[in-house]
Design a protein around this ligand. Structure first.
Ligand code: S3P
Length: 425
């Protein structure tokens, strides 16, 4: 689907509520499915990825029902049943990597398949630690389809080279059902929703800096309310900062410090976003964000421990940086090449087409601001939801119309995206 976006004549105003966090929605369904008891999950994501997770657990015999569009009831005895047909994870890397940790220790075999993009994403990063735990996984040269032959696992001490929440979660979930302790250490702290939610559901897990240790434990079902997705809010934070005269509030956004790197970067660039009404919900920090247009942003360096805290926001941060004075340098983000697309190569290629001064580096990109975005081009989204939405935000300030090919991929994480933009126009 070709989506056309034109420059806005007025600022964005009003108030929106951001839909549920994708990472937490996946985990809520997974962990409640392997917990004993009945629970209600409120504010579940409408994104296609989270629905892939939900369908797989139904296929594994869990009783999951919708009470309304965003409310689920899950009733489980904590025991999964084999699926005799392959488990289709669609486009979702989180589904594939986390469920592998759960399935590796079952007493049955499973096959996980996915779409073209998912089948290109690296799975060695989870196969390696799971194999060290005694798992038996066949892949196509480190890619899906994955054939997981369930068996008894044992704990390990694993020092990961990557700061990846998907790898960490996979290993901790395998450790939940393994003999002995499992300790996972990462170079920088990646999002910790798994640790927080496992703790909330009663798992024996201890956290010490960038290390987490888990012992075999039973989860007990508990109601979960899912926070708003800061990765979805990021498109609006950037829109508010760059569309002249904007001033609006984004309600109920998850502000977990392992996810809120974009807020720190905006501050580093000299922009003000105000956090209002900060509180806790199901173990996670939440608040409202007031965003106002800012003409005085300055470029900055984004690197090291910043990266896992804003990895999914980097495409839209590139659009923001194009409107900041001076240079913005993103380093140590090579794993962006392994997302739904090669987000370094594709982002640079497409943003150049609309006049943004951006150059690719091996582990990131460099942007020279402040540029008047010219637009007047058709951009390819490479089946990547976050690229499609980032291009749309650039289109809101471009001199000439932008067309985005493959805009329907936004359904992967944020089907409500355009409706919410229209609410603020
Ligand atoms: C996710 C972790 C991140 C992120 C992805 C969701 C998660 O991936 O990019 O969108 O829910 O754990 P990595 O763990 O590969 O960095």
């Amino acid at each position: 689907m070709l989506k056309k976006v034109s420059k806005l004549n007025n600022g964005l105003k009003g108030e929106i509520t951001i839909p549920a966090d994708k990472s937490v929605s996946h985990r809520a369904v997974m962990f409640s499915s392997i917990a004993r008891g009945k629970c209600i999950i409120k504010n579940f994501s409408s994104g296609a990825d989270c629905h892939s997770t939900l369908n797989l657990f139904k296929q594994l015999g869990v009783n999951i029902e919708f009470i309304d569009e965003k409310t689920l009831s899950i009733n489980s005895d904590g025991i999964l049943k084999p699926s005799y047909t392959p488990l289709d994870a669609g486009n979702s890397g989180t589904t594939t990597r986390l469920i592998s940790g759960i399935l590796a220790g079952q007493n049955f075999d499973s096959v996980i398949i996915g779409d073209e993009s998912l089948s290109k994403r690296p799975m060695k990063r989870i196969i390696e630690p799971l194999t060290l735990m005694g798992a038996n996984i066949e892949s196509v040269d480190g890619h899906a389809p994955l054939t997981i032959k369930g068996r008894k696992l044992h704990g390990i001490i694993y020092n990961s080279k990557l700061a990846s929440a998907q790898v960490k979660s996979c290993v901790l979930l395998a450790g939940l059902n393994a003999e002995g302790n499992t300790t996972f250490t990462e170079p920088y702290l990646s999002r910790n929703h798994t640790e927080l939610l496992l703790q909330y559901l009663g798992a024996d897990i201890t956290i010490n800096g960038t290390s987490s240790t888990i012992c075999s434990s039973e989860l007990v079902a508990k109601d979960i309310t899912i926070i708003g997705d800061i990765s979805s809010a990021a498109f609006f934070i950037v829109a508010g900062l760059i569309v002249p005269n904007s001033d609006f509030v984004i309600k109920d956004v998850g502000l977990n410090p392992t996810r809120s790197g974009i807020i720190d970067i905006v501050k580093r660039m000299g922009g003000g976003v105000n956090i209002l009404n900060r509180h806790l919900d199901s173990g996670e920090e939440v608040g409202d964000i007031r965003v106002q247009y800012n003409d005085n942003l300055k470029g900055c360096i984004i690197e090291g421990e910043d990266i896992p805290r804003l990895i999914d926001e980097l495409p839209v941060i590139a659009v923001l940086a194009s409107q900041a004075e001076g240079q913005t340098i993103v380093k140590n983000a090579e794993d962006l090449r392994n997302k739904e697309s090669d987000r370094i190569k594709c982002l640079v290629l497409e943003l150049k087409k609309i006049g943004i001064k951006i150059e690719e580096s091996q582990d990131g990109f460099i942007i020279d601001g402040k540029t008047q975005i010219k637009g007047g081009a058709e951009l390819e989204s490479y089946h990547d939801h976050r690229l499609a939405m980032s291009f749309y935000i650039a289109g809101l300030i471009a001199e000439n119309e932008i067309a985005i090919n493959g805009f329907e991929w936004t359904k992967i994480s944020f089907p409500e995206f355009e409706e919410l933009v229209n609410k603020l126009v």
